[in-house]
Design a protein. Structure first.
Length: 286
């Protein structure tokens, strides 16, 4: 039986050629397979490995039939090639962490720059430069990046929603007695088209970062008689916050009223209205 297996004609399971088709081809049996899948051309196996590895020469490739891992041996190319190969592998492993460090560094220095610009905007350009020149560099490096962070955190405080809930809780008990058929309070908060406002990261971030500029503009428009630029900006920021909050509270309250007083028509009535509307349209055309 062993002699019959050795004398069996070899077939390549990639190109389906036999040893009688090309006597110069090199054959290899790289796995535990027997029979027609035992042999393969060395050249065909190399091409098949290239397709599987897709340029990653270090990846493991196994036989698709028996699952045996192919033992791949590379020639010795010398110490210099080995050294360069190790450097390439190290750079591949380090690059993700380096990219994260670059992004974090960029964000940090952007926050420092924004904090410095905000200081000059709030207290005045010349006075802001003078204050930062006299301050401790370590204090500036630690304090300036916290300015945008504090602005974003303050933007996340939704004090208007708390006032709206109090308004809805105490006012409608008086205007709409219990059991009123025309008052059905909504089960969820009503925000109209901006239902995702409370989770909108981009809107919160933009609103927080633009707040110092808006506060400075409001201060110049409404509080020109203030003694310093810092007082004008602070008063402008307070005024803008109160005006915006009042408008937001009014808008949300009106949305709540509309939602609470909605009414769903009966189907026949709706059909009759639509029919009547069509008849009116035909009469007007005639």
């Amino acid at each position: 039986m062993a002699n019959s297996e050795e004398q069996t004609e070899k077939h390549c399971w990639v190109c389906f050629a036999t040893e009688n088709d090309d006597y110069s081809s090199e054959w290899v049996s790289p796995c535990r397979c027997k029979g027609c899948t035992k042999w393969i051309h060395q050249e065909c196996l190399q091409r098949w490995l290239d397709e599987k590895q897709k340029g990653n020469v270090g990846s493991v490739v196994c036989c698709p039939q028996c699952g045996t891992e192919y033992q791949i041996v590379f020639p010795n190319m010398g110490a210099l090639v080995y050294f360069l190969q190790q450097i390439d592998r190290a750079l591949t492993r380090i690059s993700p962490f380096a990219a994260v460090g670059v992004v974090m560094g960029t964000a940090y220095w952007s926050a420092v720059t924004y904090g410095a610009v905000t200081v000059m905007q709030v207290v005045g350009h010349k006075k802001g430069l003078c204050v930062m020149e006299r301050a401790d560099p370590l204090f500036l490096l630690m304090g300036l990046p916290t300015i945008p962070v504090l602005l974003v955190l303050s933007k996340m405080i939704r004090w208007e929603d708390y006032i709206v809930r109090l308004w809805q809780r105490y006012s409608y008990n008086r205007n709409y007695p219990a059991g009123s058929s025309r008052y059905i309070p909504p089960q969820h908060s009503v925000d109209g088209t901006s239902s995702a406002d409370h989770i909108s990261v981009s809107r919160t971030l933009c609103g927080a970062l633009i707040f110092p500029s808006v506060a400075s503009l409001m201060g110049k428009l409404l509080f020109r008689g203030a003694s310093s630029n810092f007082q004008r900006t602070a008063l402008g920021g307070i005024a803008f916050t109160l005006i915006k909050g009042a408008l937001k509270i009014y808008f949300k309250q009106q949305q709540y009223i509309v939602q609470a007083n909605r009414y769903i028509l009966n189907y026949p009535k709706r059909e009759a209205q639509s029919t009547g509307g069509e008849e009116d349209t035909e009469d007007s055309e005639n």
